[in-house]
Unconditional design. Sequence first.
Length: 331
Amino acid sequence: LSAAVSSDLTFMEFDYYILYSQVLKAENFSSWRGEQQMYKLDIGWPKTPEHFTGQTVCVAVDSLHGLVYVGQRGDNVPKVLVFSEEGHFLHSWNDTVEVPHGIFVWNTATGSSLWITDVGTGKYGHTVKQYSPLGKLMQVLGTPGNAGSSLIPLQFDQPADIFVEDTGEMYVVDGDGGMNNRLLKLSDDYQEIWLTGTNGSGIGQFKIPHSVTVDAFGRVWVADRGNKRIQVFDKVTGEWLGSWSGCFSEDGPYSVRFTADYKYLIVAQLNINRLAILAAPPVGFIGDCVMVHTVQLADETKPHLVDVDMKSGAVYVAEIGAQQVQKYVPL
C-alpha cells in the first residue's frame, strides 16, 4: 500500500497493481516447476571464436545493419571486433580506445555510429567517444587522461555505460569505481540537461552505477551495482521514480537492457553467473521486481554487459570470465 500511496495511485489503479503482481508471481512459480525457458544458446555464434583474444567486456547490436560490436581489453589486442549477426567475423580496429567498458550503437537517418565509454587511466581514458563503424574517431566528451570531479558535468571518472536515444539525447552513468557516482543526461549537442547522484545508499544515490537503459515509457533504468538495486528515473526531469532491490540479495545488477517488446528487463549478475529476466512494470508503476525466468551460465563465465537485438530479440552477453560473447535466441 505504501508503494501505491507514494505513487499517487487511485484505488482502482492499486487493485490493478495487486492483480498484476499476483499474475507475475504465478508466472514465476510456474517457471520454478520446470516451465520451458525463454531463451536457448546459439552454439554456432560466432563462427570463429578464436578472434576473442582479450577480455570481452561489452557488446552492442546494430539491429538495422545486422552487425554486432564487441569491446575487449588487453595488451596488443584489437579493442573493437565486428561480427555479422550470423556470427561471421568482419573486421577489427583499435585506434584511441584504451580500456573499453560500455558500448552503444546509434542509428540515424544519415548513418550509424558507435559510442564507447573508456575507463583507461592513460592518455585516452576517462572519456566517452563516438566512432564511425570503421573506427574513425568523431567526437570526444571529457578530457582524455584526466579523471574529473562530479562538480564538472563533462569531466568523467571511469564512465561505465551510455544509452543514446533516436533524438541524440544521451544518458551516461559515471563511474565504474571512480570518484563520481552519477547519472547524467546530455542534449544532442552535448549540453547538460540534468544530472543526479552522489556516492551513497540513499534515494537517488549510487555506488558504482554500472549500466543504463531507457524504456518506451519515458523511464531511465540504472544498474546501481554496489547497492544491489536498480533505480528508475523520469527521463524528462530526472526525478526519482522508484527502485528494485528484492531480486538482488545474492548479487547486484551489472547490466540492464529491455527486450524488443519492452515486456522484460534482462539483467546480468556477474558473481553468480546468471541472467535474470524481470517483468517490466506497466506505465506509472514501479513497485518491486518480479523475476520471471533465469538463464544460469557456466561457472566463472562472469557476464558483464549485455545487449539485445531489437529486431530478432536475440540477447548477446559479454562474458569477462569466459572471454567470449554468447548469443541467446528467444524460443
